[in-house]
Design a binder for this molecule. Structure first.
Ligand code: PLP
Length: 458
């Protein structure tokens, strides 16, 4: 069969409130042209993020009822720990309320001021938690990753030469750990190859440096390895995942991604002494080591979700459905980051709207247009999110190289007909792109302005 269908049926539904273009023009104006300020009920298709927004399975909901809420020694923790040990192969598992809590605990123990943590690309919370320790977070992407149109099977790879040069220049004693983000979220959800993981591991082991994975989308990454890397087509995703983690010393994880849960995270390692120190910190700010800031029911949902995330029928649908959106808009001429990633499609807004200069925010304008056109909420990853302005004049002093609009796909949440609707909307907006105008910021904060800024149409 050519058609790949959603490998699930729908047992419980959540209504979507429909609206007219007139309604949405009003809603967006009331939200000061900032999609973050829209009430979610006024959004028809919400592609703001794939984090914690996936649909849980009937098994996960059953697990929610089975959750053991004991303060210490909960059976749900045992199931959670077993499931992670079984899938990833790590000895010590520490639950946390989200991925960033795992990052904070790991970096506050391992990192010192003035040290450097290399990665392919650090995710923003990872970078912030490293920098909070006075440590430098250094991105070492392969050169191919910088070209949005270039096709490369593993655009998320780390540049191994640059890694070796970094170790040579700063000294192995100044590198507390090496990290790799799979898939590379900030780089467009692009996968990292097994050969690259092996290469990083060899370098790390030769210098006695611990090697950690930011594992949020480990299952999607494993499926890309199966599809694209020589020698893996016949291997099971489960065995690919096991092999991948066998080259590493630990991981941080947000269960809101490939845990298909609405909340949660964890931190893993094979080092008993380190795990003991981590548990001490955990007790201080998250909770006792058998719940770590989560309810027993959350631990159950994650234990089950991780196993569902590595099912190959699910992954085939997941990777194919993201690609379906990317391929359909690209073939209509819409410029996107190529090839389509695992969890999101990124539109190159500067090429989409070449008549809008970067300081009039083409990415933000496009996100607003998609909302008005069809009630689709996306997110700008560009001049508003990463631009730096002078607090006195409010004028932008540095703007990033790219203006992208990210369409993140929540797991198991939308059907193909929802995605067909998104495709139609994007193509409609593309056809009338010359009429779209830029925006001006009327109110902003010093940091993370995208969450709260107000805008005016030019
Ligand atoms: C989401 C995410 C995190 C942080 O996880 P939270 O659960 O949101 O705290 C870290 N790294 C990557 C790659 C992510 O996508």
């Amino acid at each position: 069969m050519q058609n790949i269908i959603e490998p699930f049926r729908i047992k419980s539904v959540e209504p979507i409130k429909m609206s007219t273009r007139k309604n949405r023009e009003f809603y967006l104006q009331a939200a000061h042209y900032n999609p973050f300020l829209l009430p979610a009920r006024d959004v028809i298709i919400d592609l703001l993020t794939d984090s914690g927004t996936g649909a849980m399975s009937s098994e996960q909901w059953a697990g929610i009822m089975r959750g053991d809420e004991s303060y210490a020694g909960s059976i749900s923790f045992q199931r959670f720990e077993k499931s992670i040990q079984n899938i990833m192969g790590f000895k010590y598992v520490i639950p946390t309320h989200q991925g960033r809590a795992a990052e904070r605990i790991l970096f506050s123990i391992m990192c010192k001021k003035g040290q450097v943590v290399p990665s392919n690309t650090h995710f923003d919370t990872t970078r912030a938690n490293i920098e909070f320790q006075g440590t430098e977070a250094r991105d070492l992407r392969i050169p191919e990753a910088m070209d949005p149109e270039l096709l490369h099977p593993f655009k998320g790879n780390m540049d191994l030469d640059k890694l070796q040069q970094t170790i040579d220049s700063v000294g192995k004693e100044n590198i507390p750990l090496i990290m790799v983000t799979i898939t590379n979220n900030s780089g467009g959800g692009q996968p990292v190859s097994m050969a690259n993981i092996r290469g990083i591991s060899e370098i790390a082991r030769a210098h006695g440096i611990p090697f950690y994975v930011d594992a949020c989308r480990f299952a999607e990454n494993a499926y890309f390895i199966k599809l694209r890397e020589e020698g893996y087509a016949r291997k099971s995703v489960k065995s690919i995942v096991k092999e991948l983690f066998s080259y590493t010393d630990g991981c941080t994880m947000s269960a809101k991604k490939d845990g298909i849960a609405n909340i949660g995270g964890f931190l893993c390692s094979n080092d008993e002494q380190l795990a003991d120190k981590e548990k001490d910190l955990l007790i201080l700010t998250e909770g006792f080591p058998t719940y770590g800031g989560l309810a027993g029911r959350d631990l159950e949902a994650i234990a089950i979700g991780l196993n569902e995330a590595i099912e190959e029928d699910y992954l085939r649908y997941r990777i194919r459905s993201t690609q379906y959106l990317g391929d359909n808009i690209a073939s209509a001429g819409v410029p996107i980051m190529q090839p389509p990633g695992g969890h999101a499609i990124y539109i190159d807004a500067r090429s989409f709207l070449p008549h809008i200069p970067p300081h009039q925010y083409p990415g933000w304008s496009l996100a607003c247009e998609l909302y008005v056109e069809a009630g689709i909420r996306s997110v700008e990853v560009g001049a508003v999110m990463f631009g730096i302005h002078d607090p006195e004049s409010g004028k932008d002093v540095t703007l990033p190289e790219l203006d992208l609009v990210r369409l993140a796909i929540p797991r198991r949440t939308y059907t193909q007909s929802h995605i067909d609707y998104v495709i139609e909307a994007i193509i409609n907006v593309y056809r009338r792109r010359e009429k779209i105008k830029g925006l001006k910021i009327t109110r902003q904060t010093q940091y993370l302005r995208h969450f709260t800024a107000h805008f005016k149409k030019l």
